[in-house]
Design a protein around this ligand. Structure first.
Ligand SMILES: [Zn+2]
Length: 223
């Protein structure tokens, strides 16, 4: 049974969604990607990247749009980031692929932007979630998935509905299995149970686009 790594920047990762910028998208056989303009890159001339992103968004190995989002500590002024984020939401709806979001200290703006662009046919996941239990409740009330990494808040994990929990190692060197082991412990679950839960959640998240990439994995690998 393999742990599915929901968000990583490790280009060699398998059973993972590899997050890349549009200019770095170079699909290798058997790998899955998300492509988007990171909030930190919004100070660049992003329009050129945008054209590339639109092109890559149709690629079958691109299973999600992102990471996109809002960051009050880095990148362009928040108003600009919100506009770029809205463009990503519109693109995701158009190509019917889910959204992977980076959000730092802009939770209310994230919720407001999402509500403003409703209704949605694709789900949204906040990756690298380190917020507290209160924020976790607000975000999961919106229907968001939360992807937990090396620095997760155990109380937030505990209040997150089980069908919204994802696991990732992002750009850390921490092995996905050791992150999953501590998350499983925090939930009083076995690592196997946690692997099944988070793999099922990732599959449901991605299959919103109607692609079942898990078909290459035997059912016995998932159960
Ligand atoms: Zn990342």
């Amino acid at each position: 049974m393999t742990m599915f790594n929901f968000h990583t920047h490790d280009l060699s990762a398998h059973d993972a969604i590899i997050s890349v910028s549009p200019s770095c998208f170079d699909p290798q056989s058997g790998q899955l990607y998300s492509v988007g303009i990171h909030p930190w890159d919004t100070t660049n001339d992003w329009l050129q990247d945008w054209d590339l992103l639109e092109k890559h968004s149709h690629h079958p190995q691109v299973v999600a749009i992102g990471e996109t989002g809002l960051d009050t500590l880095r990148g362009a002024p928040l108003g600009v980031q919100i506009e770029i984020f809205k463009n990503h939401i519109a693109l995701a709806e158009q190509v019917r692929k889910p959204l992977i979001v980076h959000c730092v200290r802009a939770w209310q703006e994230l919720i407001a932007t999402w509500r403003h662009t409703a209704p949605h046919r694709v789900p949204l996941a906040v990756h690298g979630f380190r917020g507290n239990a209160n924020v976790a409740r607000q975000l999961t009330d919106e229907g968001f998935y939360l992807s937990f990494g090396a620095h997760f808040n155990a109380e937030a994990l505990a209040v997150t509905p089980h069908d919204r929990i994802l696991i990732e190692n992002d750009d850390s060197n921490t092995d996905i299995t050791s992150i999953a082991t501590s998350a499983a412990q925090a939930l009083a679950m076995s690592v196997d149970e946690f692997t099944i839960l988070t793999s099922d959640n990732a599959r449901r998240f991605i299959s919103s686009q109607g692609l079942n990439y898990f078909s290459r994995v035997g059912k016995s690998d998932l159960r």
